[in-house]
Design a protein around this ligand. Structure first.
Ligand code: ZN
Length: 441
């Protein structure tokens, strides 16, 4: 700050504080106004943890928190009543894998165009729109897993949401993601042109540690790196891949992230990439199409969570061709094997890889259900299990006293038809109502 301006600010503060002692004291003795109380009458409640839905429950909210959940129950006098007695109430949904700064990338051309022709401010404006779409679909929290060339703009989107400037979900962000030099697009342009990169290139143990420190300095809640590329099948039917970082580099990324109190997510599609990421000690495996049973056992032993992102795989496959269609079928088989083996699965979509305006992220739940996961378990992947991954188990993921008042409602029964989650009618975040279509029924 300029010295003169500092002096002026100091004098101004001094004048204000010396000139007004009486009003400040008067304010301190005034009783604090009671927080706003809202009572939600839920016809059915799926609380995100219990095995069964509860009928006729009163959820009392004070300010931004849930204070009580009472079967039957009567609304206390003075509380504003929201009548959801003909609806099923659930915790706010959580998507663990989004890209709010991306708007569909079926082909390399789709991707490159966004990086080369759209400015970061323009992309941030669209990101604010995408965050609102996510919230209106019932997603009250997201983990945004890299900006795809938009530098640290995810930190700004999160800041604008947290400051109440724009509507959107709670966010944990990964900023730029990491690969070694030359292993992520845009690629193939003349060496004479300096073009933006989709990730931060980092090489060597010291190089990756520095990159992690930089990302944390600028606001990364998660560190994400690309474990592999070039997915290909071998005769044994296993999906293999080229591993990006050396073991020493990958371990240094994870270790440095953990040392700074951050968790680490690895993009890993082929079995080699998954194996390398598990060796490095990551917290979540993203995509994981090429999972083998031994790798599933290994991840279970280490308590690593799988975020499958089936929706986007199916969305991009027809346009990408090649192995992508087979990979969708392969992931279905892997998902069913993982279910049997008790692998921890939490919901993530890769929204942004698909067009935010086209696909509702809750489509992901339908795949889990179609692939054989029981509906209550499906709901937990995007509520209490996802909250655990975010380290926010004490704050969200269930409708319980003491949790943030992040609540959604649907008109049907998602335990009978999981597609109901794609038609959220009511959205509350931190005690504020962002969507209310209950009257239209
Ligand atoms: Zn992604």
């Amino acid at each position: 700050m300029h010295r003169g301006k500092f002096l002026f600010t100091f004098l101004l503060c001094a004048v204000v504080s010396f000139a007004s002692p009486v009003p400040v004291l008067a304010q301190e003795t005034k009783p604090a106004s009671a927080p706003r109380r809202i009572a939600i009458r839920a016809g059915h409640l799926i609380d995100g943890k219990s095995d069964k839905a509860l009928d006729n429950v009163l959820v009392l909210i004070e300010g931004d928190k849930i204070v009580s959940v009472t079967p039957g129950g009567t609304a206390p006098s003075g509380a504003e009543l929201i009548d959801l007695s003909r609806f099923t109430v659930l915790p706010g949904l959580i998507d663990l894998h989004t890209h709010v700064l991306l708007n569909g990338d079926i082909t390399a051309e789709d991707y490159d165009k966004q990086l080369l022709k759209d400015s970061i401010p323009y992309r941030a404006i669209l990101a604010a729109r995408n965050a609102r779409i996510a919230l209106e679909h019932g997603f009250t929290a997201i983990r945004d897993l890299e900006t795809e060339g938009a530098m640290y703009a995810d930190v700004d989107v999160k800041k604008a949401i947290n400051n109440g400037e724009v509507p959107g979900p709670r966010m944990q962000v990964a900023t730029r993601a990491l690969t070694p030099t030359g292993l992520y697009g845009p690629l193939g342009y003349s060496w004479e042109i300096v073009i933006p990169q989709g990730v931060q290139y980092a090489d060597g143990v010291d190089g990756v540690r520095k990159a992690v420190r930089e990302q944390v300095m600028y606001g990364a809640d998660w560190i994400k790196y690309y474990s592999d590329r070039r997915y290909h099948f071998t005769d044994d039917g296993v999906l293999h891949s080229m591993v990006n970082f050396t073991d020493e580099e990958a371990k240094a990324i994870v270790e440095e992230a953990h040392r700074l109190g951050k968790k680490c997510a690895a993009h890993a599609i082929g079995s080699d990439g998954i194996e390398a990421a598990l060796r490095a000690g990551v917290d979540t495996i993203e995509h994981g199409d090429g999972f083998t049973e031994p790798l599933m056992d290994e991840m279970k032993k280490k308590g690593v969570v799988w975020v499958p992102t089936i929706m986007v795989g199916a969305y991009v496959a027809p346009g990408r061709g090649g192995n992508w269609t087979t990979m969708v079928d392969l992931e279905k088989t892997a998902f069913q094997k993982a279910l049997k083996r008790g692998v921890k699965i939490a919901m993530g979509t890769d929204a942004g890889g698909s067009d935010w305006k086209e696909l509702n992220e809750a489509r992901e739940f339908q795949y889990y259900s179609d692939y054989g996961m029981p509906p209550m378990e499906v709901i937990r992947t995007g509520t209490s299990y996802a909250a655990e991954v975010l380290g926010w188990s004490d704050k969200l993921g269930s409708v319980e006293p003491g949790k943030w008042a992040d609540i959604v409602a649907v008109s049907g029964d998602p335990l009978k038809d999981i597609k109901e989650l794609q038609n959220v009618k009511f959205v509350m975040k931190a005690g504020l109502v962002y969507k209310n279509e209950i009257q239209a029924r």
